[in-house]
Write a protein that binds this ligand. Structure first.
Ligand code: F6P
Length: 537
């Protein structure tokens, strides 16, 4: 990125406008609030409170072009193996392609396979929902427990929460991810095994946390129903690895597959979404896919200047690489989206938390921001103090909906008033003169002053529907993709998770060894292991 002519132009431009005040930018252009906004696939993005001018955006778009964004988008949609380190295509866009589309990987059109799986999922989901699918003792399903971790948990868990309004209330849904036994123990504590269905979700079907939870869940079920054969009616699998599924003891008749061209963090709209489909029904699930697809089409075709995911990514690059922001706060003003920041953490940080370029050289610039967030208005009463008056620059994405799904009198206007107020306060602050004019004593003036000039986006939609959720997720997916292209990193591998896994396997054996093992770690790790083994307290 730093060798591109547009980058140099941006650096020079930053020298001129880096210190510009949002207050002045708005005063200079009375229509800025409407002009610095774009709309597509049910989403309205207001980026006028970002510290950019028209020229900044023009140069950022030029940088994206110079980094080959157009070509890379096409390469992704064409199914080229853009995940270079793993030699794989990256085709989550195929998961939501309409039936009549054609996307060829290795000479095979994958769209019919996608729809065949969706149709199987739909039949199964409908059978569970209407009670046709019976447990081992003949009872209908009343609880679905998804066992998975990372992308095999965060997507389904987030989507269930997000779309709970549309979910059947006849079945309860739980998501168990942590290898900490507390997660599973608390999840099944009050469940009836006769009416519980476990969905073991794992792309590889080798992930130790998920398989440990699945084995314990199987023991819980078989122990209570006193019949190994019960597994067949109470366990289904979602995976790309039929051999491991079979080895675990789940009939592949009860397995829903997907493909190596779907990354874990890009899989909530694949069979990994089985629990989502059981919750909201096949029709609503397809509506969600429609929302994803609408954003895909927009991303592929709209010029960068009006392209929502591209604009979002360009602003992230500007904030991270030119204004020095280290993090991005995502603040959904909607309780249903309470897990959305956690979902986006994996999407963004596992994708772009990289320190070498696609070619393996060290990058000469910052890459992924630390993404975090909490729903509004809760965050306002905890960490917003730092956002307004701290020393760090934290760009924010505010998300909100015009229509509430639970229109209790008073609540929604209050919620939205807070959303709009926070963006305004961050951008324009409250100067010393204003504080003094309120009669504040001199000693308190610095404490009560808000510097402002803190950038934010506001993303609005009419209502949180399955289609809007799809569109919102695709918006962030493509923003992450665009950021990765500009930073020249491979957004689709995750080697950074490997080392800890390998060391944990070794330490696990040492923790379980009968006799005191000979430890060859550093002195800190050795001492911790000894203390744990011998319960020294
Ligand atoms: O350890 C990281 C990771 O590989 C994620 O990328 C993935 O989403 C998660 O583990 C779970 O993997 P799987 O679906 O194969 O169990």
């Amino acid at each position: 990125m730093t060798v591109r002519p547009a980058y140099h132009a941006l650096s020079a431009h930053h020298g001129k406008v880096g210190g510009a005040l949002l207050r002045d930018l708005f005063a200079e252009d009375p229509r800025r609030g409407e002009r610095f906004a774009a709309e597509a696939a049910g989403l309205y993005l207001d980026y006028s409170k970002q510290r950019v001018t028209g020229e900044t955006l023009r140069l950022l778009a030029a940088l994206a072009r110079e980094c080959g964004l157009n070509e890379r988008i096409e390469a992704m949609f064409r199914g080229e193996r853009i995940n270079l380190t793993e030699g794989r295509a990256v085709l989550h866009v195929a998961l939501r392609a309409p039936r009549e589309a054609r996307i060829v990987v290795d000479g095979r059109d994958v769209v019919p396979d996608v729809h065949a799986t969706l149709d199987r999922m739909a039949r199964f989901a409908a059978a569970v929902r209407d009670g046709a699918w019976r447990g081992h003792t003949g009872k209908p399903v009343r609880a679905v427990v998804n066992l998975g971790i990372g992308g095999s948990d965060l997507g389904p868990a987030m989507a269930y929460d997000a779309l709970r309004h549309y979910a059947t209330r006849d079945i309860g849904f739980r998501f168990v991810s942590n290898v900490d036994g507390t997660d599973l123990a608390e999840a099944v504590r009050d469940l009836d095994p006769e009416t519980t269905l476990f969905v073991v979700s794992s792309k590889t079907f080798t992930t130790v946390e998920t398989l440990t939870n699945a084995r314990t869940a199987r023991a819980w079920l078989v122990g209570r129903l006193r019949d190994d054969a019960a597994v067949g009616r109470h366990f289904v699998a979602v995976s790309t690895n039929a051999a491991e599924v079979e080895k675990f003891g789940i009939d592949t008749e009860n397995m829903f597959g997907f493909w190596d061209w779907v990354g874990g963090r890009y899989s909530m709209d694949s069979a990994i979404g089985l629990s989502t489909m059981i919750a909201i029904g096949p029709e609503a699930f397809r509506a969600m896919l429609g929302g994803f697809h609408a954003m895909d089409e927009h991303f592929r075709s709209a010029p960068f200047e009006r392209n929502l995911p591209a604009l979002h990514a360009l602003l992230c690059v500007w904030n991270a690489n030119f204004l020095g922001a280290h993090s991005l706060a995502v603040l959904p003003y909607d309780q249903y989206l309470r897990r959305f920041p956690a979902y986006l953490q994996q999407l963004s940080m596992e994708s772009n938390g990289k320190r070498v370029t696609r070619g393996g050289a060290e990058v000469g610039h910052e890459t992924a921001q630390i993404l975090w967030g909490e729903p509004g208005t809760n965050g306002q009463h905890s960490f917003f103090q730092l956002l307004h008056q701290g020393t760090r620059l934290v760009p924010c994405d505010f998300l909100g909906f015009c229509t509430s799904l639970n229109p209790l009198p008073e609540h929604h206007d209050l919620l939205m008033a807070n959303l709009f107020a926070q963006g305004e306060a961050l951008a324009f602050g409250k100067g010393e003169a204003e504080v003094r004019a309120e009669g504040v004593g001199e000693a308190l003036v610095p404490h009560k002053t808000f510097p402002g000039n803190r950038p934010s986006n506001t993303i609005l939609a009419e209502k949180l529907t399955p289609a809007v959720l799809g569109s919102l997720v695709a918006f962030y997916e493509h923003s992450v993709f665009t950021q990765g292209v500009i930073w020249d990193v491979n957004s689709f591998d995750q080697y950074g998770v490997e080392l800890g896994k390998v060391l944990a396997t070794r330490i696990h054996a040492e923790l379980r060894a009968e006799s005191e093992p000979r430890l060859a770690h550093d002195s800190s790790t050795n001492a911790l292991i000894r203390r744990y083994r011998n319960r020294i307290f």
